[in-house]
Design a protein around this ligand. Sequence first.
Ligand code: PHE
Length: 503
Amino acid sequence: MASADGSEKLSTAILEAVDRRGTVNTLEFAAELGRDHQDVVGSMNSISAVGEILTTEQKQTNQWQLTDEGHSVVENGSHEAAVFNAVPEAGIAQAELMKLGANAKIGFSKAMSGGWIVIDKSDPAAPLVKRKVPTIVDTVQEHLRQVAADKASAVPEKELKDYKKRKLVQFVIVKTYNITKGPCFTKSLVKLETELLPEMIASGSWKTASFKPYNFDAMGSSLDCGHLHPLLKVRAQFRQIFLEMGFSEMPTNNYVESSFWNFDALFQPQQHPARDAHDTFFIKEPATCNNFPDDYLKRVHQVHQEGGYGSQGYGYQWKIEEAQKNLMRTHTTAVSARMLYKLAQQPEFKPAKYFSIDRVFRNESLDATHLAEFHQIEGVVADRNLTLGHLMGILREFFHKLGIRKLRFKPAYNPYTEPSLEVFSYHDGLQKWVEIGNSGIFRPEMLLPMGLPKDVSVIAWGLSLERPTMIKYKINNIRDLVGHKIDLKMVQQAPIYLIDAES
Ligand code: PHE
């Protein structure tokens, strides 16, 4: 960055040049002063911030510029010159020449086609590269020097194209400005006040002082501190929405769960394919657990095996050994089951609204959108006489708050809900309906064994946290979001996710 003094000098130089010449082009002026173009533009902008001192007109110019490799040719000479210089009077084996480095190959072929060197095959067993001319002129270096000095017009077009192919130069669009005098032109810049001081108020000098306007577009400086991962930022937004809607958070701190709470309590039969090791991670040590509420366990056993509460059950031999198996929970609905059981133990039923956002585990094959662990967002509402209408209404309200208005519901199947609905929303970017969640009303076979009153229904829904996060941050591969390969800069620079809710 230029010093305050340096930039003041630059401002004065610009004002004097405009005064003398009428029009000044920023790019040409920068070349004249040997300054960076951006410095001149910056100075122009800070003069313009004071008032209508200058009139500026933007121009787009195409310009040849050196690439990094081009710069190194200007400094060290071209690759063909390097090859030529490495050939001694007596000649050298081609393999030896190639040891010059990565650019030896292109240098060799250019030196050959330029007629600078030849291959002497007089000894067919050991051909030698020899000089064909005593001296050379390194035209490439010369031409690139011209480009560096903004004099690309002096270089033949054909050569420029060749250098472009060789990635020594590039053709870029540069935004420059033609500066002329503005309506309030002056050569003596008043230094703008940046602060209103008590002394100015006391002396009254504030009345005539000129103040620097606020720049509301300025970027804040980046903070040297810890950064939240995008998933956590999005989680904070979802949590806020649940809290606004009067939900309280469920304790989800147990990744390890029993099959009983993860499956059996949810009326998921013991032969269900999701209970297979292909879909579920089972725990080896400790492999089982035993502390279940006795009476409740019996009622769950019964409803699976024989039915009850108006249900005929599944009619299979229910086994405690299956329910005892420890696993990594496959959904947060296991926690909802625990909470609802707890709610049912209250002396008097009180309506409840719960939510959770936490990690679940599935033994899935991994691909661009699936990992073996992800986060579920889950909402649960327990009250008397809830209907399908309430389910759809609550879902609409919830997704509304997320800014999602185009919703469709599709009948689906879950072992623990009836009816079950998949939720789809119209994705304007993808121009199609995408599934965003799953929902339903918990079955009486799940709720009544817990001890909840008969007229209490429970509405629940779940969605993944990763999906909206990937859409919002435009991440296509989940491995760019989670895991050891992620770019930490992405985490540091990810903006705060604001759910674009319309009120
Ligand atoms: N547990 C379900 C899943 O893992 C989501 C869900 C929650 C469905 C609550 C219905 C009710 O996909």
